[in-house]
Design a protein around this ligand. Structure first.
Ligand code: NAP
Length: 487
């Protein structure tokens, strides 16, 4: 039997922003795990780039700490770090680039992956210099971290500038939600089973809700966050990508363009929200001091140390205006300082058309498919069954639990593990194409404009609660409830 994790082609992964939080917390650990599984060929290299004046040895020490190299793991970390290098340069200045280009020239046959894990205002400088050193030629790819712009216009500027150096097939816009096991599993469940697809439409589905809830506040990212807000930070990218995966038509194949064409159609079918309906369909919130994770926490404005109308919570109701989904509400919600860290998609089916059971049997709850992306990835299908025993017929609502870690006895790979190797393999299926990013901004921009024109401040909510009460009203006025505390 062939290995489930075959080696990829030899590569050089260059991480601009190699000393940053994302590199240390996600990218290096992801590559280490793939190294341990034997997927990284010996002559591959990971090259960190930042302004900090250190060298290979200094960078390896930083990454050793980031990888928590203790006990039996230490030996493997040592072996991995032999493939890790560092170059100090400032993306905005010419010094250091010739030395870096010479390093790249040492392995001309390696696939080159340039991961831009820096603030987006450096993307243009980095790409321009990569181009002038002809590092964009041959098997070269560029990975762009979010956020890609703060509106359609700024996204276009970035995409145009990157597009001067890398063509679209070389450009990988990463959304790590798409690399999550549960999201991949949504594809397998929908298109690998005959059960779901006939029911996957407005006739049988009552509504869909997507929640991405964090317990953390903005912490030391307040300056960045204050310019973005919850709609730009979470909804425009991650949550809309999840909407696409739930709502898209079956693609003809898993080829990159087949999948992305279908996702694009969903984005273009989103019912517009603008000044005429934003007050009715959206709720913005901002946390005040409260309690989270068992202790008192400050409010957003205290953390920022300034006045601000940036939302740390958003809930909204949208619809996908096409034949499959017309009339099915999609309730989307995300926020900081909420009571639980949870990301999930709930597909709620309609009720049975007629009950044959007596009132003594209890109510028939609707079927729900709950796809949990974090913290513990898995899928539960809620069904009605008979309560076991010889007594009268009583109904119970129970989940058919498909918890992956338990079912397969494996730990979940981090999304970045899969996505980084997909870039090396040259498979962009799980990355966003330029037109998807544009379509998402085209939908999000009028909401941001409507909020700005309304002059209203976000509604306050106490840290550790599920957002402003208006968010509860948004769904409950339709006779539905958020899946809070549900499973
Ligand atoms: P960060 O911790 O602030 O790191 C920024 C990195 O860029 C540092 O290595 C910094 O090192 C380097 N840098 C800054 N200016 C530079 C310059 N002129 N030339 C070369 N290098 C420069 O940021 P981060 O949290 O890792 O985030 C990186 C990107 O990923 C951002 O776009 C962020 O929005 C996105 N992102 C992050 C996360 C996350 O969990 N952290 C999640 C999703 C997306 P020096 O100062 O030494 O140069």
């Amino acid at each position: 039997m062939s290995s489930p994790n075959p080696q990829v082609q030899s590569f050089d992964l260059v991480i601009f922003g190699g000393t940053g939080d994302l590199a240390a917390r996600k990218l290096l650990p992801a590559m280490f795990h793939r190294f341990v599984d034997g997927q990284i060929p010996e002559n591959s290299r990971i090259i960190g780039i930042a302004r900090e004046a250190t060298d290979d040895a200094g960078y390896r020490e930083q990454m050793r700490k980031a990888l928590n190299a203790e006990g039996p793991k230490a030996e493997k970390v040592d072996a991995f770090l032999k493939q890790v290098f560092y170059r100090s340069l400032d993306a905005r200045k010419d010094a250091g680039w010739d030395d870096f280009a010479a390093l790249m020239a040492e392995r001309p046959d390696n696939v080159r992956v340039f991961y831009l894990s820096t603030s987006p205002d450096l993307f243009i400088d980095i790409c321009t210099r990569l181009g002038s050193h002809r590092l964009n030629e041959g098997a070269s790819r560029v990975v762009l971290e979010k956020p890609i712009g703060r509106d359609l216009q700024s996204a276009n500027q970035i995409n145009d500038a990157v597009g001067q150096v890398f063509n679209e097939s070389q450009t990988y816009r990463i959304d790590h939600y798409l690399g999550k096991e549960t999201v991949q599993n949504l594809l397998a469940l929908r298109f690998g089973n005959a059960l779901f697809e006939p029911l996957w439409n407005a006739e049988h589905i009552d509504h869909v809700q997507i929640t991405v809830a964090e317990t953390l506040g903005v912490g030391n990212r307040a300056a960045y966050y204050n310019r973005a807000g919850a709609l730009r930070d979470m909804v425009q990218n991650h949550i809309l990508q999840l909407v696409c995966m739930v709502a898209m038509e079956p693609p003809a194949s898993l080829s990159p363009d087949a999948v992305r064409d279908e996702k694009l159609k969903v984005l273009r079918s989103l019912r517009p929200i603008d000044a005429s309906n934003a007050a009715h369909l959206t709720v913005r919130g901002q946390y005040r001091a409260g309690a989270a994770e068992g202790q008192g926490v400050p409010g957003y404005l205290e953390e920022l140390g300034d006045k601000s109308d940036t939302e740390t919570f958003v809930a909204l109701k949208t619809e996908i205006a096409n034949w499959r989904w017309a009339g099915v509400p999609f309730y989307l919600r995300t926020g900081k300082r909420l009571p639980e860290r949870v990301s999930e998609i709930v597909v709620a089916f309609k009720s049975v058309p007629h009950s044959i059971f007596d009132a003594s049997a209890g109510a028939i709850a609707n079927n729900r498919l709950v796809l949990r992306l974090q913290p513990d990835e898995g899928v539960k299908l809620w069904l009605t069954i008979k309560h076991p025993g010889p007594g009268g017929l009583r109904l119970r609502h129970v989940p058919l639990d498909m918890s992956f870690a338990e079912a397969f006895g494996v730990s979940q790979p981090d999304a970045y593990e899969r996505l980084l190797l997909d870039v090396v393999r040259g498979n962009p299926t799980l990355f966003m194409r330029r037109d998807e990013v544009e379509a998402a901004w085209l939908w999000a921009d009028p909401i941001l404009d409507a909020w700005a024109c309304s002059g209203e401040s976000p509604k306050p909510y106490t840290a550790g609660t599920w957002g402003p009460s208006a968010s509860v009203a948004l769904i409950e006025r339709d006779g539905r409830t958020w899946n809070d505390g549900g499973e």
